[in-house]
Write a protein that binds this ligand. Structure first.
Ligand SMILES: *Cc1c(COP(=O)(O)O)cnc(C)c1O
Length: 401
């Protein structure tokens, strides 16, 4: 018998823990439904038909594999390390989220559920899930704060066009956190017929594991692509971190390799409460949305208000696996500010002809700084998690163009 080599890829443990982070902190009536999701998922994971259907949809519907593009212009301009972009922006719907939404919708269908349910902040997860639901013939219900609905009109329209029901949430701060609470409330009542489809590597076990697994295709492709192009592993693998799904999707395959992993968090406009959303950099141990992790919180354990120019990064928690790999020193976490992200947004647009999502622009901002400090034989892979179409209105107003 082969002995199991201890690998970070085998996490979490059977109770859903990554070191001291993770687990499942939910009301009693959700313990059984979550256990069922875990059991069904573990079966699906080993089921050849399920995996075949998932990978086929990623190929023909999403357009995978996404290219690993050598950013020659940018590399030459900076004069340092070689920069490769993993082009998740080229996926159908324009970002990485579709990877896990298709997986979650397939799982919902396999479990005989009629409906997928989720929260959304800026509407990116809502649109990706509504897309997957339309594709697979499931109902879709998305909870969204009324302030976000006002701010993100185009995504609200997209979700409606895709056949989703958008539920306006008017409680609390009327933003993402309140939308999560509201959607969770519905799930508690409807779990027999409804699948809660979370938007990142967050929430109670088994969600962080499920979303990580569905996103890990990104890193598997990237490894194969870089070995083909460069005949060696990259020196650095980098992604922006909100909840952490695009970064972990890219990191996962490299966890056991001699490769530096760097997550870039949004430092917004400053280091005071409410000015940033850099959870790993400034957070403390706590519980949020059913998981033990790092949290930006006050001394009563209530989440702080957060800010980032990129609404997809605007979250006071982070996936437990990120809290863990930071804790053991396997990954490093740095920050990029609103201004740095906007500068990188413009630079990538002009130098490479690629308009990145403001979220991805945070990772780009750090990469641009790092590359200049490295030798030309070093290799960086950065996850270009999404495209910037959704952000052009905002940026044009800001820059008065
Ligand atoms: C939602 C989103 C993110 C942040 O989510 P993660 O779970 O941290 O990946 C990053 N980039 C884009 C384009 C997004 O839409």
């Amino acid at each position: 018998m082969k002995t199991k080599i201890k690998s970070l890829k085998n996490l979490p443990d059977k109770d859903g823990y990554y070191g001291k982070f993770g687990g499942s902190f939910v009301p009693d009536q959700l313990i059984k439904p979550l256990k069922e999701i875990e059991q069904e998922y573990l079966k699906a994971k080993d089921n050849v038909e399920f995996q075949k259907e998932y990978l086929n949809l990623l190929k023909d519907y999403v357009g995978r594999p996404s290219p690993l593009y050598f950013a020659k212009n940018l590399t030459e301009k900076l004069g340092g390390a070689k920069i490769y972009l993993k082009r998740e922006d080229l996926n159908h719907t324009g970002a990485h989220k579709i990877n896990h939404c298709i997986g979650e919708a397939l799982l919902a269908k396999r479990m005989g559920k009629k409906k997928v349910l989720a929260e959304t902040g800026a509407g990116q997860h809502g649109v990706a899930l509504a897309t997957a639901a339309a594709l697979l013939g499931l109902e879709c219900e998305i909870h969204m704060g009324s302030i976000d609905i006002e701010k993100e009109r185009p995504n609200v329209i997209r979700m409606k066009l895709l056949g989703a029901k958008v539920v306006e949430v008017n409680t609390g701060g009327k933003c993402l956190k309140d939308a999560v609470d509201s959607a969770f409330g519905v799930f508690m009542k409807e779990y027999k017929t409804t699948f809660f489809a979370i938007g990142s590597v967050v929430g109670p076990h088994p969600y962080p594991m499920i979303v990580r697994d569905f996103q890990s295709i990104v890193g598997r492709e990237a490894k194969e692509q870089i070995l083909k192009k460069e005949r060696k592993l990259p020196d650095y693998v980098i992604g922006c971190v909100g909840g952490g799904s695009n970064a972990m999707g890219l990191f996962h395959e490299f966890l056991d390799d001699k490769v530096k992993l760097i997550g870039v968090e949004p430092s917004g406009i400053g280091s005071k409460i409410g000015e940033h959303a850099a959870t790993i950099s400034y957070g403390t141990n706590g519980v949020i949305h059913g998981m033990k992790t790092l949290v930006l919180q006050n001394n009563k354990g209530e989440p702080n208000s957060v800010h980032s120019v990129a609404s997809g990064l605007d979250y006071p928690g982070v996936g437990p696996i990120h809290a863990y790999v930071k804790d053991i020193g396997r990954a490093e976490y740095v920050t990029a500010s609103d201004d740095e992200a906007i500068k990188a947004f413009l630079e990538l647009s002009r130098v490479e002809g690629i308009i990145p999502a403001l979220e991805s622009a945070h990772a780009m901002a750090y990469v641009m700084k790092l590359a200049t400090t490295l030798d030309k034989n070093k290799i960086i892979i950065v996850n270009l998690s999404g495209r910037g179409d959704k952000d052009i209105e905002y940026v044009s107003k800001l820059l008065k163009i």
